[in-house]
Ligand binder design. Structure first.
Ligand code: GSH
Length: 234
């Protein structure tokens, strides 16, 4: 039986099954990347809710694992060398889980780097830019009179959606027939832009038919449907 007691995060969120991978998250677009990946791989895991309503992400226990106070984060009792591994940043977690399971990351070196390239494109572009659209569309920024900041992020999001649409114009998924961690990183954000932020008209989703088609295929996957609801908001 793994002993995780040296990790303060387990004092606030005790592990019922310490031999399983521990997930600390919330079903946001960054959070569900990891729950979807875990559902897709079938790895046994235990999900813990990090509530923003009670500022759990700022608690000393959470900060002991991620000093940057953001979900998702994991603690794998069976990390490299069978030692526990704590990890934050969704992109790093996706790469780790793909390497651990040999799933959703091509074995061929060139294809592997190409997948990681698109994963980084999501992490550095899609997430931050779509997130800003959300701020100006439905969160505090919607009351700002000056619309120039919002328009800047909308324009950049349209550009990113154009790049994605072009990439998907002759491929089922980012890497062709192979469904990879790049898809698992990108599509929760596209879904969030449309459904949560209600920004489909703002960014002109009708101009990106290949993105719309791939998003529909993504949300039709049973593991995606399950992952989108994990951890359950209480
Ligand atoms: N680059 C990080 C971003 C994570 C992130 O922004 N998480 C948000 C939820 S989607 C969060 O935890 N926000 C809490 C806070 O800012 O206090 C990743 O991909 O893991």
């Amino acid at each position: 039986m793994a002993d995780l007691s040296a990790f303060p995060i387990t004092h606030k969120w005790p592990a019922q099954h310490p031999d399983r991978l521990q997930l600390y998250s919330l079903p946001t677009p960054n959070g569900v990347k990891v729950s979807i990946m875990l559902e897709e791989t079938g790895l046994p895991y235990e999900a813990h809710l990090v509530s923003f309503e009670t500022n759990d992400q700022m608690s000393p226990e959470f900060l002991s694992l991620n000093p940057s106070n953001k979900i998702p984060a994991i603690l794998d009792p069976h990390g490299p060398g069978e030692k526990p591994l704590a990890l934050f940043e969704s992109g790093a977690i996706l790469i780790y889980l793909a390497e651990k399971t040999h799933l959703f990351l091509p074995q061929d070196a060139a294809q592997r780097y190409e997948t990681i390239q698109w994963l980084m494109w999501q992490m550095g572009g899609v997430g931050p830019m779509f997130g800003q659209v959300g701020f100006f569309q439905i969160f505090a920024g919607k009351d700002f009179e000056d619309k120039r900041p919002r328009d800047r992020y909308v324009a950049e999001s349209k550009r990113l959606l154009g790049v994605l649409d072009q990439r998907l114009s002759n491929r089922a998924w980012i890497m062709g027939d192979a469904y990879t961690i790049a898809d698992i990183a990108i599509f929760p954000w596209v879904r969030n832009l449309i459904e949560r932020y209600q920004a489909g008209d703002l960014v002109g989703m009708q101009n990106f038919p290949h993105v719309t088609r791939a998003l529909a295929a993504f949300v039709a996957r049973p593991a995606v449907l399950r992952g989108l609801e994990i951890p359950k908001r209480s």
